[in-house]
Design a protein around this ligand. Structure first.
Ligand SMILES: CN1c2c(nc(N)[nH]c2=O)NC[C@@H]1CNc1ccc(C(=O)N[C@@H](CCC(=O)N[C@@H](CCC(=O)N[C@@H](CCC(=O)O)C(=O)O)C(=O)O)C(=O)O)cc1
Ligand SMILES: N[C@@H](CCS)C(=O)O
Ligand SMILES: [Zn+2]
Length: 773
């Protein structure tokens, strides 16, 4: 029996990679310095896994930006505009790579970045490969080979990780009509084969192919492609052991196919789909040579593994196939959990009572080797590792900090009425029009304004005591006031306070809610160099004090215009936190919803007439298989409605969503019954609105008319054009004008210019509307 790992976090314990990459972008460090930091991180990660006696250690799980972009780069799937850019701008390969991820606006050139999308149901974003019908592939980068050699020189023969060809093509975007990216498989496979042969020559024995597309609803054509690809590899490189990994859900209707593949090992995510063990071992057609990687350590959450449960599962598997054909593994790459719990020392903000219940990436490696030892032990119950583990779990189960009867009671007492506004939108719209008197195409922003280095430094200084609470508050109030004056000058209709007090839109709320704790160094990569520090929900959730009322009231005191109160919604707080695993997610979500409801009502009582409850993660939380959607949508929509329905009809509730496609869930979006929804739309040139239009979406919509992910300032006419496009989908009286998302990652000069143009565009669109009417 062996242990293996599927991938390790690459940002470094203290986000060394983030700092180096951003330093390189700013020009403060050289390419060599960046590469040396990257190499040091890889070395630390490999050594750590080696020290923990992991038998099969991954390589090529490292990335300077994103592993899907790495693969596109490796197989030469470089869109034409970037090939031209490289020539015109004389870019080095590394600058070409970053240009694909971030776009390029220098030397008079203006090239749009490739788009980003959520990686399955995670909060990690990948760069979407772009494919054309006549797409050619070639071996463009030797990263996979280089990193294998690098580990070899440290005495570690790794298992290189590659995203499988079928998943890679399915994740891509066809840049031309009427062609299916999967048609490119035959052209792509020889490039993979070249890599495999080269790896084999260097001594590689195992290669991991990640094919998480197998966790999605599939088709016979996709299954045929899977069969074709892995038969091809087996023929081309017969002696290489192929480790096929699917994670985040069951193999489902793909199971029969994968059980027949000429592969060495099949990886199963037991944390998400325990029942597939039974399915496999009751199937009469799996190959007697097949090995199984049992993904039993949760790669998506931070709770200690329950050794008793795991050993029971493992013993069932061993009984069927014997120890020799088993590997113990995390359920997926450890990319989705923080690096090391040991960084949370006694000075950490983390609740010290909770600490013994947790396990981050490094600790999960320890769990893997401990489990292996326990399986091999004659009397595991007497082993120290087992006793300590069970004691920690017992303390957690019995802890008084977890269970709050009053919270449970409040959830129990909820009725349908609590999740329903008093009147239908039609009536509310009239009342709100009277109360608010906003123009046609009202202009607003999504909430955050630039989180400058200064703002972050004030927060850091406040946290470590170098700035008093009064000084911190007064600095943020000044920044808020300045931002409000600016919004007034620009002529926006509905203003925001700017969210300067927030480290993050979820962590900020987590820090103030009961039942949550938060780490000091628990960073997880969200995209590129950007990281988040997900709060940890360990117990029943409630709100003991208002969280945003003082900031919002202060902002409202600076202006006669409306300030939009700004909250994060229950589903998003749930989705972007590490969630307790001892009760259903729906229960935890309802508890959060009640806490947000309290805040909404307090904002209303403080005189705030417009309140936005952000839910960018509703779509991301959708289960991977359609059969599970209805249950999720029912409780997720209900939670939002619990949070938003405790106010008067005149109070206008907004919600905001980004990174989402709405076709699949449009009915549920309508069921949220928010008075206004603002959505990210500009990159799709309003195509996203099709879903709303064909559904005759009844409430108001603000389709984003400028892309906030790029420093580029759109012209007024571009935006007038987008408003016009939106008007072709949705009646003008329902439309709002706003950017795609918050402005926290932008700089001030471009923000100011873009918002000025946006307001000018709304004014022009209003005039055009009047003329045409
Ligand atoms: C909307 N998005 C979000 C997602 N998930 C979230 N949980 N939150 C989101 O907003 N998912 C989808 C998208 C992803 N988008 C982003 C966008 C931007 C970031 C980002 O900027 N992350 C920051 C970290 C933010 C943060 O917590 N900042 C802290 C400061 C922490 C820090 O760096 N401190 C320094 C000292 C300060 C200094 O001197 O500058 C230190 O510790 O060294 C804060 O503001 O207080 C990032 O840096 O990556 C993430 C997701
Ligand atoms: N209110 C948040 C939403 C981000 S999705 C912001 O503006 O940053
Ligand atoms: Zn957003």
């Amino acid at each position: 029996m062996k242990t293996t790992n599927l991938g390790f976090p690459r940002i470094g314990n203290k986000r060394e990679l983030k700092k180096a990459v951003e330093g390189y972008w700013k020009g403060s460090i050289s390419e060599e310095q960046l590469k040396s930091t990257a190499q040091e991180i890889r070395k630390i990660n490999w050594s750590l896994q080696d020290d923990n006696q992991i038998d099969l250690i991954p390589s090529n799980d490292f990335s300077l930006y994103d592993q899907v972009l790495d693969l596109a780069f490796t197989v030469g799937a470089i869109p034409e505009r970037f090939k031209t850019l490289q020539q015109q701008g004389n870019l080095s390969d590394i600058d070409l790579y970053f240009a694909m991820a971030r776009g390029y606006q220098q030397k008079g050139l203006d090239i749009k970045a490739m788009s980003m999308k959520k990686w399955f149901d995670t909060n990690y974003h990948y760069i979407v490969p772009e494919f054309t019908k006549n797409q050619d592939f070639s071996l463009f980068s030797s990263k996979v080979i280089d990193e294998f050699k690098e580990a070899l020189s440290l005495g570690i023969k790794t298992k290189p990780v590659l995203i499988g060809p079928v998943t890679f093509l399915l994740l891509g975007k066809a840049k031309e009509d009427n062609f299916d990216c999967l048609e490119l498989l035959d052209k792509l496979l020889p490039i993979y084969a070249k890599l495999l042969k080269e790896l084999k020559k260097l001594g590689a024995e195992n290669v991991q192919f990640d094919e998480p597309c197998l966790a999605l609803d599939s088709t016979p054509s996709i299954r045929n492609k899977i069969t074709a690809a892995y038969n091809y590899f087996a023929n081309e490189v017969p002696s290489l052991k192929i480790f096929l990994a699917n994670y985040f859900d069951c193999y489902g209707d793909n199971l029969a196919t994968v059980l027949q593949l000429p592969i060495h090992t099949l990886h199963l995510d037991i944390t998400r789909c325990g029942e597939q063990i039974n399915d496999i071992f009751t199937a009469d057609n799996f190959l007697s040579t097949l090995h199984f990687s049992i993904g039993i350590i949760d790669g998506r959450n931070i709770w200690k593994n329950d050794y008793q449960k795991s050993l029971t599962t493992l013993s069932k598997v061993i009984e069927k196939v014997g120890k020799e054909r088993i590997l113990i593994a995390p359920s997926c790459s450890l990319l989705h959990v923080p690096c090391d719990l040991n960084l949370e020392t006694e000075t950490s903000k983390i609740n010290q009572k909770i600490l013994p219940w947790l396990s981050f990436a490094k600790q999960k490696l320890g769990e893997l080797s401990a489990l292996k030892q326990l399986v091999l032990s004659d009397n595991f119950e007497k082993e120290e590792d087992y006793i300590i583990n069970q004691k920690a779990l017992q303390t957690r189960n019995q802890s008084t900090v977890v269970h709050q009867p009053k919270v449970k009671e409040r959830v129990q007492k909820l009725t349908a009425k609590d999740a329903q506004r008093s009147h239908l939108f039609k009536t509310r719209k009239i009342l709100q029009k009277e109360a608010l008197n906003l123009p046609l195409y009202p202009t607003t922003t999504i909430g955050s304004f630039p989180q400058t280095k200064e703002v972050r430094q004030w927060r850091a200084a406040f946290k470590n005591g170098r700035l008093s609470a009064e000084e911190y508050q007064s600095k943020l109030e000044e920044e808020t006031k300045r931002t409000i004056s600016l919004q007034e000058e620009i002529g926006l209709d509905v203003l925001v306070h700017g969210e300067f007090e927030r480290n993050d839109m979820v962590e900020y709320f987590g820090e103030q809610l009961e039942g949550f704790t938060f780490s000091s160094f628990g960073w997880v990569q969200s995209y590129g160099s950007r990281c988040v520090k997900p709060p940890i929900i360990f117990g029943d959730v409630s709100r003991s004090n208002p969280m945003t009322v003082a900031w919002t009231k202060y902002a409202q005191s600076c202006t006669d215009k409306y300030i939009k109160g700004m909250l994060t919604g229950p589903v998003t707080i749930l989705q972007w936190s590490f969630v307790r695993d001892d009760q259903p997610r729906s229960e935890t979500c309802t508890q959060i919803a009640l806490a947000i409801r309290d805040e909404v009502q307090d904002l209303e009582s403080a005189g705030i007439k417009i309140i936005q409850i952000d839910e960018p993660a509703i779509r991301e939380g959708l289960p991977l298989r359609a059969v599970d959607w209805a249950t999720y949508l029912q409780w997720a929509v209900n939670a939002f409605k619990v949070s938003s329905s405790g106010v008067k009809d005149e109070t206008q509730i907004h919600t905001h969503m980004c990174y989402s496609e709405f076709n699949d869930i449009i009915k549920s979006i309508a069921d949220l019954d928010a008075d206004v929804i603002t959505i990210e739309c500009s990159r799709s040139q309003m195509d996203l609105l099709n879903a709303f239009a064909s559904f005759n979406y009844p409430n108001d919509i603000g389709p984003g008319i400028y892309d906030i992910h790029s420093p580029r300032v759109p012209s007024k006419y571009e935006m007038v054009d987008l408003i016009d496009k939106a008007k072709r989908h949705i009646p003008a009286e329902q439309l709002w004008v706003n950017p795609d998302c918050g402005l926290k990652t932008r700089d001030w000069p471009e923000t100011k210019k873009a918002l000025e143009k946006m307001v000018e565009a709304a004014v022009t669109a209003r005039k055009l509307f009047t003329v045409l009417a």
